[in-house]
Design a protein around this ligand. Structure first.
Ligand code: ADP
Ligand code: MG
Length: 243
C-alpha cells in the first residue's frame, strides 16, 4: 500500500467538518482520480497526504515513508520562478537537494525531453503558453523521480485541446515510471479518461460515495474519447456525484 488513510478527520474554524473519519487505501503504482463538487474537500485531502497540513485526528501512512522529495505536488497554477529559464525551473528541486549543476541540468533536460520541451530550455515563463508552463511544472515535479505524484486540478485552467494533450502525456509518464498518482479533478471526463480507479466524494463530510475500478483499456489515446466504454464510466461517476 502506497498511501493509507485511517479515520482521517479535518475540521476548520472549530466546527466545519470537511473530512470525517475517512478510510482510503491506495496501492503502489495506482492511478487514482479523486472527484467531487467544488468545496467538498479534495484539496484538503491532497494537502494532508502531502503533509502540507495535518489531520485533526486519524492517521495517514505513506510507503516507503514519505521522505522529502519522494512525494511531488502539482498545483493548478504552475508556480514557476519568472527569473529562471525552463531548464533552471525544472532543476530547482535538485538544487534544493544539493545536487551539482552538471548532474541536475542533465536530469532536468531528460525530464523536459519527456514532456516535449527540449526546444524551450532557454525560454522564460513569460514567453511560454499556459500548457507549456504546466509541462515545466510537471517536469519539475518529476525531476526528483518521486514515488508519489499528487496533482490538484492541474489542467483545469487550460483550454480543452491542451488539456487533452496533457492528459495523454501524463498517462504515458505514469506508465513509463510506475509511480503512484493521485489526481484531483472536478471533471468527470478527465477522471475517467486518466485513471484506473476513481473515488467520488460527497458534497460534504468527505464520505466516499463511489470507489470504482475503471474498465477501460490500458492505452488511453484520443480515440478513447469517443469510445462508448468511456461514456459508460462517465455516466457511473456522474451518477454518484449527483446522487
Ligand atoms: N485553511 C482553511 N480554513 C478554513 N476553511 C477552509 C480552509 N481550507 C479549506 N477550507 C474549507 O474546506 C472546504 C473544502 O475545501 P477544499 O478542500 O479546498 O475543497 P475542494 O478542493 O474540493 O474544492 C471548503 O468549504 C473550504 O472553504
Ligand atoms: Mg480544490
Amino acid at each position: 500500500m502506497a498511501v493509507q488513510l485511517e479515520g482521517v478527520r479535518r475540521v476548520f474554524d472549530n466546527n466545519h467538518v470537511v473530512i470525517d473519519r475517512m478510510d482510503l487505501g491506495v496501492d503502489a503504482g495506482e492511478f487514482l482520480a479523486v472527484l467531487g463538487p467544488s468545496g467538498c474537500g479534495k484539496s484538503t485531502l491532497l494537502r494532508m497526504i502531502a503533509r502540507l497540513s495535518e489531520p485533526d485526528s486519524g492517521q495517514i501512512r505513506l510507503q516507503p515513508n514519505g521522505a522529502r522529495f519522494e512525494t511531488s505536488f502539482v498545483f493548478q497554477d504552475a508556480h514557476l520562478l519568472p527569473w529562471r529559464n525552463v531548464l533552471a525551473n525544472a532543476a530547482l528541486p535538485l538544487e534544493l537537494m544539493g545536487e551539482a549543476k552538471p548532474k541536475r541540468d542533465e536530469r532536468a533536460r531528460a525530464v523536459l525531453e519527456q514532456v516535449g520541451l527540449l526546444d524551450a530550455l532557454d525560454r522564460y515563463p513569460a514567453e511560454l503558453s499556459g500548457g507549456m508552463r504546466m509541462r515545466v511544472s510537471l517536469a519539475r515535479a518529476l525531476v526528483t523521480e518521486p514515488r508519489l505524484l499528487l496533482l490538484d486540478e492541474p489542467f483545469a485552467a487550460l483550454d480543452e485541446i491542451t488539456r487533452f494533450h496533457l492528459d495523454v502525456q501524463l498517462r504515458e509518464l505514469w506508465q513509463r515510471r510506475g509511480m503512484t498518482v493521485i489526481f484531483v479533478t472536478h471533471s468527470v471526463s478527465e477522471a475517467a479518461f486518466l485513471a484506473n480507479r476513481a473515488v467520488v466524494l460527497a458534497r460534504s463530510g468527505g464520505a466516499i460515495k463511489l470507489d470504482r475500478r475503471l474498465e477501460l483499456p490500458a492505452v488511453r489515446n484520443n480515440e478513447l474519447r469517443a469510445d462508448p466504454r468511456l461514456g459508460q464510466e462517465m455516466r457511473l461517476l456522474l451518477g454518484a456525484i449527483e446522487e
